[in-house]
Design a protein around this ligand. Structure first.
Ligand code: 3SL
Length: 249
């Protein structure tokens, strides 16, 4: 089908990515709880780059070589690693200017699945408005890839996808065609007045509550407390503003 305007669509799981990806070279990866919220926080707070890796073994190899490496599985810091996936970790001034290797249960896996695309940027509720504004200016098809939980649908990423889609469609410059995008928008609209309360029963919020990570959840569900947009360049997530500056000069 021919479309008169660029499209913005949502894919709810990395497992479904191959069914959605055709015609999309600009991908937004989201993992609200907590990988992409942590990555946006790191870049906002001056971390130079995040190297996403698939496996704990790969992250361990980097650690042995002297890199700062972070690893999370099932919401917990993996034994032997100094840090995990909490966004608050990445506010540490000691990490300013550093490059950090990161592996997480779902978020880094989704980034790796999308890495063959021309442009991969990182989204969260935290950078919602700055990301939405930037996407509107791109005038290209956008596919939002939700990391989900172990290839399953999750609510928090769907709400974030719906928020981005809602904002971009309001510009009048884009259209959505997939039912997944319509569903994401509807879910966002019913959740937006109190996302924290809406997610009370969600599986991942319950999981993180059991691990005493409620403060992380509250932070990750706060829209627009950041403006940084991380972008994948040569396998490393860096600040989009630095990449754009380099292109201009
Ligand atoms: O799945 C992921 O990538 C993690 O963000 C999960 S957790 O929030 O650390 O549990």
């Amino acid at each position: 089908m021919e479309f008169t305007k660029p499209r913005i669509e949502a894919c709810f799981s990395p497992r479904e990515f191959h069914q959605y990806e055709e015609g999309f070279e600009l991908i937004v990866v989201i993992d609200v709880l907590r990988a992409t919220s942590a990555i946006c926080t790191a870049i906002e707070h001056g971390v130079k780059g995040i190297i996403p890796v698939d496996s704990v073994e790969e992250a361990r190899d980097y650690l042995k070589k002297g890199y700062i490496a972070a690893a999370e599985r099932e919401g917990k810091i993996v034994e032997g690693f100094p840090i995990g996936n909490s966004p608050f970790t990445y506010m540490n001034p000691e990490f300013k200017g550093e490059t950090i290797v990161l592996t997480t249960t779902n978020g880094t896996k989704a980034i790796k699945i999308a890495q063959h695309k021309e442009t991969v940027v990182i989204g969260a509720l935290n950078n919602l408005d700055s990301l939405t504004e930037w996407l509107i200016d791109q005038n290209r098809n956008v596919l939002i890839l939700a990391s989900g939980w172990k290839d399953k649908f999750n609510l928090e990423d769907t709400i974030c996808a719906g928020a981005i889609i809602d904002g971009v469609l309001k510009s009048g410059k884009f259209i959505s065609d997939e039912d997944s995008s319509v569903a994401a928008k509807f879910i966002y609209k019913s959740a937006k007045e109190n996302i924290f309360a809406y997610l009370k029963a969600s599986s991942h919020r319950r999981r993180l509550r059991r691990l005493n990570l409620n403060a992380d959840v509250k932070y990750c569900l706060t829209p627009n407390n950041l403006t940084a947009i991380p972008i994948l360049k040569d396998g490393i997530l860096v600040a989009l503003k630095h990449v754009e500056k380099a292109v201009e000069s």
